[in-house]
Design a protein around this ligand. Structure first.
Ligand SMILES: [Zn+2]
Length: 265
């Protein structure tokens, strides 16, 4: 990953600047997971948050008035995915649009046989390649941060999609280093994806949200949520998937997760 020298210097300055105490208070209050992180990771996360907030533009939508609480709570969750890795801070992403709650998207949907249906869709969040933006519902962002072990996290989900955009294709694989890594990734993901589809059909219990059966990009986003929120259960049930994610993220969330020790508890 080539990052211009001046950018590196500017980011290093941001990372090492004193962290505003009122922001740290927000993170400690809104993200129970933060206090569970090892001290080094906490410091690294705060550094990333400084860069993230300096580089991304936030916009309040649907009458939402932006506050530091909103910006910092989103940034801290997004930056959890950057720990321990060389990162260019979601380079495809310019702005983050925040609605107070679920928002409605008018769109044409293909229902088959050359028929398009016009509909209004209720959404919690969304992002897309070449959109340059990411949309979030604030109440869901806050709920996700407050419940770090329920298996769902909107910010983690949408930013996993952004990681998928960091290589040339949106296929449920983030930017990996070698062809061998891509092959290993594809092999494990395909098998787990098929297994999730089968479990959905038979109604068998799954650690992963069956929303992940929609397509490989959604599978990666859903798997990333489970990895950070229910790592014990995921490792117990989908060991190879867990190992792939652990090797990409260079993290073992079991070490700091708020998930109960017994996966089925
Ligand atoms: Zn998604």
């Amino acid at each position: 990953m080539k990052i211009a020298w001046r950018k590196r210097v500017r980011r290093e300055r941001l990372r090492t600047a004193p962290f505003p105490p009122e922001w740290k208070e927000i993170i400690t209050r809104n993200l129970p997971i933060f206090s569970r992180l090892p001290t080094n990771d906490q410091a690294e996360l705060l550094g990333h948050v400084q860069v993230f907030l300096a580089e991304k533009r936030f916009e309040g939508c649907g009458g939402l008035k932006l506050t530091d609480e909103i910006r910092v709570t989103i940034a801290a969750q997004a930056c959890l995915l950057l720990l321990h890795r060389e990162t260019d801070y979601y380079p495809e992403l310019t702005s983050i649009l925040v609605y107070p709650s679920t928002y409605i998207v008018e769109e044409d949907r293909y229902v088959g046989d050359n028929i398009w249906e016009q509909g209004a869709d209720n959404r919690l969040g969304h992002t897309g390649r070449r959109m340059g933006s990411l949309v979030l519902a604030w109440d869901e962002v806050k709920h996700g941060a407050a419940h770090p072990a329920d298996g769902h996290n909107l910010v983690v989900h949408e930013f996993a999609h952004q990681l998928d955009f960091e290589d040339t294709v949106t296929d449920g694989a983030p930017a990996l280093r070698t062809r061998a890594e891509y092959l290993a990734w594809a092999r494990v993901m395909q098998r787990e994806f098929d297994a999730l589809r089968e479990a959905e059909e038979t109604g068998a219990p799954t650690v992963l949200d069956t929303y992940g059966t929609a397509n490989p990009p959604e599978f990666f986003a859903v798997a990333t949520e489970a990895f950070f929120e229910r790592p014990r259960a995921l490792r117990a049930k989908n060991r190879q998937l867990y190992d792939q994610l652990a090797s990409f993220f260079r993290q073992d969330p079991i070490a700091y997760s708020a998930e109960p020790k017994r996966p089925d508890a």
